[in-house]
Design a protein around this ligand. Structure first.
Ligand code: AMP
Length: 186
């Protein structure tokens, strides 16, 4: 399986991506997790990225693409699930180019759709549990705006050539997972 999972912050796509990857022996690649590791390691990339992440802004495309390129080349055996990447049209275009180069094109882009009110309630709950710096009310608001303006256009990008599949992310976690498994079966 070669998938990307798309969806707003708090859509549960991270949890679903991990479970799907484990069940199908695919690599799970989350740019958010990779960036948080860079921040924790206080690398140059981590220091630069942190300022954007703390404000709920996207980390610039060139940094993200550099970070992902090396990893993609090493993980195509058995397939992959990309989670939180791509997040902009230039990232999506570059991903298509990279995958074409290695002869491993995407099977599909799966949108886990969840409305704004539900997202805000969920992220507020997660902030209390995990204490993430980017889960405060203002930052949540900003991340949602950024999602709607910069990432949501990807839905059209993938729909246009028939690669988009949508599942209802407002259902309970197991039901969303079942729907995703149905997509795998085709
Ligand atoms: P996530 O865990 O996917 O919600 O990502 C947390 C934060 O990392 C985001 O709010 C962005 O600041 C940054 N980030 C993660 N993935 C990307 C990406 N593909 N492009 C730009 N910024 C990203």
């Amino acid at each position: 399986m070669r998938w990307i999972l798309l969806g707003p912050p708090g859509s549960g796509k991270g949890t679903q991506a991990k479970r799907l990857a484990a069940a199908h022996n695919a690599a799970h690649l989350s740019t958010g997790d990779l960036l948080r590791a860079e921040v924790a390691a206080q690398s140059e990339l981590g220091k630069t990225a942190k300022a954007f992440m703390d404000r709920g802004e996207l980390v610039p495309d060139d940094l993200i693409l550099k970070m992902i390129r090396a990893r993609l080349e090493h993980m195509t055996n058995g397939g992959f699930i990309l989670d939180g990447f791509p997040r902009t049209i230039p990232q999506a275009e570059e991903l298509d180019r990279m995958l074409e180069e290695i002869g491993e094109p995407l099977d599909c882009a799966v949108l886990v759709s969840v409305g704004d009110d539900e997202i805000k309630a969920r992220i507020a709950g997660r902030a209390r549990l995990e204490g993430r710096a980017d889960d405060t009310a203002e930052v949540i608001e900003r991340r949602l705006q950024v999602y709607r303006s910069q990432t949501e256009p990807l839905v059209e990008y993938y729909r246009r050539d028939g690669r988009l599949v949508e599942v209802n992310g407002e259902q309970d976690i197991d039901r969303v997972y079942q729907d995703l498994e149905t997509v795998v079966v085709g």
